[in-house]
Design a protein around this ligand. Structure first.
Ligand code: PRP
Length: 187
């Protein structure tokens, strides 16, 4: 590890992995698929803060069945303790989901620890059904067996920012999903 500090290069200098146009097209497709799967029902979309906020906003508008939002937050320190699998709930859902059709919405499915924990927790509330939608899936990184029902893009094990995803809380508002240069992390 070097002692250099993290730096925050401008996003437009980073290589685009998935363009905003490609994202919009996949969101439209997933919206159609979800609409067909839930026709005649209403859905509760539960976003995992903060990364999922932008994907949830887009997915909600691409779905043509009634939907409501809720949000949960989990501690990110749990991600550093990856081997222990420790994930802690910081913010729970606001409204009951018993008997409802629920979709957990994530920006990225990585080790799977966050979604495994959240899925277990949400199932305790006895929803009618529970599915998972994720914008990105990094299957190579999985530590626990979990798959999403709706995946916009499978990607290799690269550090990405944009479309909700951050580096040190920056870049979440970047429209494209871009490759963050590893040398800028200072590690
Ligand atoms: C990211 C992402 C998921 C989680 C996925 O959150 O939003 O919640 O990591 O990783 P996992 O599959 O290895 O558990 P992060 O902790 O970066 O917080 P953020 O959403 O606020 O950016």
């Amino acid at each position: 590890m070097s002692n250099s500090k993290p730096s925050f290069p401008p996003a437009d200098q980073m290589e685009i992995l998935i363009s905003s146009g490609q994202i919009a097209e996949r969101v439209r497709e997933l919206g159609k698929q979800i609409t067909a799967d839930y026709r005649g029902h209403s859905i509760v979309l539960i976003g995992v803060l903060k990364g999922a906020a932008i994907f949830l906003a887009d997915i909600a508008r691409a779905i043509e069945v009634d939907n409501t939002f809720d949000f949960v937050a989990v501690s990110s320190y749990g991600r550093a303790l990856v081997s222990s699998g420790a994930v802690k709930l910081i913010k729970d859902i606001d409204n009951p989901i018993e008997g409802k059709h629920v979709i957990l919405v994530e920006d990225i499915l990585d080790t799977g620890l966050t979604l495994s924990y959240l899925r277990g927790l949400m199932l305790q509330h006895k929803p009618s059904s529970l599915k998972i939608a994720t914008c990105l899936d990094k299957p190579e990184r999985r530590l626990v067996p979990i798959e999403a029902d709706y995946v916009a893009f499978k990607i290799p094990n690269k550090f990405v920012i944009g479309y909700g995803m951050d580096y040190a809380e920056r870049y979440r508002g970047v429209r494209d999903i871009r490759l963050f240069p590893e040398e800028a992390t200072g590690h």
